[in-house]
Design a protein around this ligand. Structure first.
Ligand code: CA2
Length: 160
């Protein structure tokens, strides 16, 4: 990817997030996954970037999405959903691929049941953003874009 080409971001949504806006609105709000994807795509476009989104209920498919991202994207924004708390496979894929990755959650996982307080994936990410509803994704996207811009500009610096 050349320094001037649009930054390419992949957003990965984990299991059950396809239900957003249709069930448990008291926890997850009324915004649908399609709404979130449209909002992110527009935000990326406004920043001169390109964004694709995928959702899967299957752990291995998420691993494959992360692996395939290596040659096509410069950063990942991921909500691993329940796999956040269990998936060594997703953690290993994030580490192996080495793309800058931002973990996001709609809810404040730290204010919920104790089993949601641990993320096995966050340690392999740049950071974790949680508790801001759909806005967690926008903040995650902004963090990913800022990180890639920083990488691009440090790669451009002349050797003195
Ligand atoms: O807050 C988040 O974004 C979570 O990743 C959501 C996961 C949960 O297991 C994590 O602890 C925190 C659950 C996603 C389920 O999504 C639904 C959406 C609508 C209705 C039912 C489930």
């Amino acid at each position: 990817m050349s320094q001037n080409s649009p930054i390419r971001i992949l957003v990965i949504h984990g299991p059950n997030l396809n239900l957003l806006g249709t069930r448990q609105p008291e926890i997850y709000g009324r915004t649908t996954l399609a709404d979130i994807n449209a909002l992110l795509r527009r935000r990326a476009q406004d920043a001169g970037a390109k964004l694709d989104s995928v959702q899967s209920n299957v752990e291995g498919e998420i691993v494959t999405h992360i692996q395939n991202a290596a040659t096509r994207y410069e950063a990942i924004v991921i909500n691993p959903a329940a796999y956040t708390h269990t998936s060594i496979a997703i953690r290993d894929a994030i580490e192996a691929v080495g793309l800058p990755t931002v973990e996001v959650h709609l809810s404040n996982v730290h204010a919920r049941e104790p089993f949601r307080h641990t993320s096995v994936t966050a340690a392999k990410c740049l950071g974790q953003i949680c508790g801001f509803g759909a806005q967690s994704y926008s903040l995650g996207l902004d963090a990913a874009l800022a990180h890639v811009k920083g990488l691009r500009s440090s790669n451009q610096e002349p050797i003195s």
